[in-house]
Design a protein around this ligand. Structure first.
Ligand SMILES: Nc1ncnc2c1ncn2[C@@H]1O[C@H](COP(=O)(O)OP(=O)(O)OP(=O)(O)O)[C@@H](O)[C@H]1O
Ligand code: NI
Length: 347
């Protein structure tokens, strides 16, 4: 469905009377198949929404985009397409967006019913195939008795559901959902996750951007972990959330931060994107970092799936299951991470 290669986004910003370059997205690549959901996870500010905006041509004027994002069906490169093509043929029709801040995507002076009705008319010109407004609302669990309200009369969760309903009208084959479960209670999160999964099972491709690892686990086939603008690991969801778990120390840290797991947040903060260090951007926070990490930038190998890390957890040296007698040499050190001499440690 979609092939993204070497996608980078730079913002020019003025700070203290000098121009600086914000490296919001760097060298991102992934494929997305029909009937597949890829979850993009990572801390606030790591570049997830900028990536989605780049795919839809919705970046502001101070952004510079490089790379390609090709819709496989007809070879259209979303990054090279002009605004008329994107507005007339792509957005809403071929690529649906469930936006992160629904307020900005709803028209303030019109009711939800009128906005849905217009979108239904515009995107399904064939009257026979046209879904009713109530039906369109129901797909996103938007209650019919709230259809005559204006956006400002809705709670955050209801505005999110209205924006989701609008995004689903055209049955676009590719969906970008940017934090679609924000502001929803657990029950609605589960229902939204189930509806998204149903769309994927019906053949859509879904890029699910989320902080919510529990929602990602419910919906995704694969997980891409983003840190400081780069994808540092891509893994099958079952292996990522189950056994043997992710290999990148940051990805392992994200899971350990979950309340259902160790509940220990990754210490420290990500670096500013306008002053990234020369080596690994995670090195300063990483339990496995050594001197090479501060010098040499590790890159994800999308073919071998080797994570962007000099010392990834080596699944072959993870502690063996307790029912199998282990060789003493294999368990000494007991670190999940490969090698990394302590004399070489940064911290
Ligand atoms: N127009 C802009 N000019 C300069 N920097 C920008 C601009 N838009 C976004 N950025 C920067 O790009 C980085 C990535 O932002 P982005 O919104 O993609 O993060 P995110 O991963 O979606 O975070 P969140 O989970 O909070 O939504 C941030 O550091 C942000 O400040
Ligand atoms: Ni975002």
């Amino acid at each position: 469905m979609l092939k993204v290669r070497d996608l980078s986004v730079r913002f020019a910003v003025r700070r203290e009377r000098a121009w600086r370059e914000v490296a919001a997205v760097s060298g991102v690549g992934f494929d997305l198949a029909p009937g597949e959901c890829l979850a993009l996870v990572g801390e606030s500010g790591c570049g997830k929404s900028v990536l989605a905006s780049a795919l839809l041509g919705l970046l502001p004027g101070n952004a510079e985009v490089a790379g390609s994002a090709v819709l496989v069906e007809d070879g259209l490169d979303l990054l090279a397409a002009d605004e008329a093509t994107l507005a007339g043929r792509v957005r809403g029709r071929r690529v649906g967006l469930i936006p992160q801040s629904p307020a900005g995507h709803l028209t303030p002076v019109r009711t939800i019913r009128s906005q849905l009705a217009e979108t239904v008319r515009e995107l399904t010109p064939d009257a026979d195939r046209r879904a009713g407004v109530v039906e369109a609302a129901e797909r996103a669990f938007f209650p019919a008795d709230h259809l005559d309200r204006y956006p400002h009369e809705l709670s955050g969760g209801l505005a999110q559901r209205a924006a989701t309903a609008l995004a689903l009208v055209a049955d676009a084959p590719l969906l970008l959902a940017d934090e679609p479960t924000t502001g929803l209670d657990r029950d609605l999160v589960d229902r939204t996750a189930a509806e998204l999964r149903r769309l994927v099972d019906a053949g859509r491709s879904l890029l699910l951007i989320t902080h919510d690892l529990t929602a990602a686990e419910q919906v995704a086939d694969r997980v891409a972990v983003m840190y400081a603008g780069r994808i540092v690991e891509i893994a099958d969801a079952a292996a990522f959330f189950g056994s043997p778990g992710p290999r990148h120390p940051y990805a392992r840290g994200l899971l350990d931060a979950l309340p259902t797991r160790a509940f220990t947040p990754v210490p420290g903060m990500p670096p500013a994107l306008d002053e990234l260090p020369p080596g690994c951007a995670f090195a300063a926070r990483c339990p496995a970092a050594t001197s090479v990490c501060t010098i040499e930038l590790p890159l994800l190998d999308t073919r071998t799936r080797h994570p962007a890390c000099h010392h990834p957890a080596d699944h072959h040296t993870l502690a063996p299951p307790t029912d199998i007698p282990s060789h003493p040499d294999e368990t000494s050190g007991s670190s999940a991470y490969a090698d990394g001499e302590s004399t070489d440690a940064v911290r």
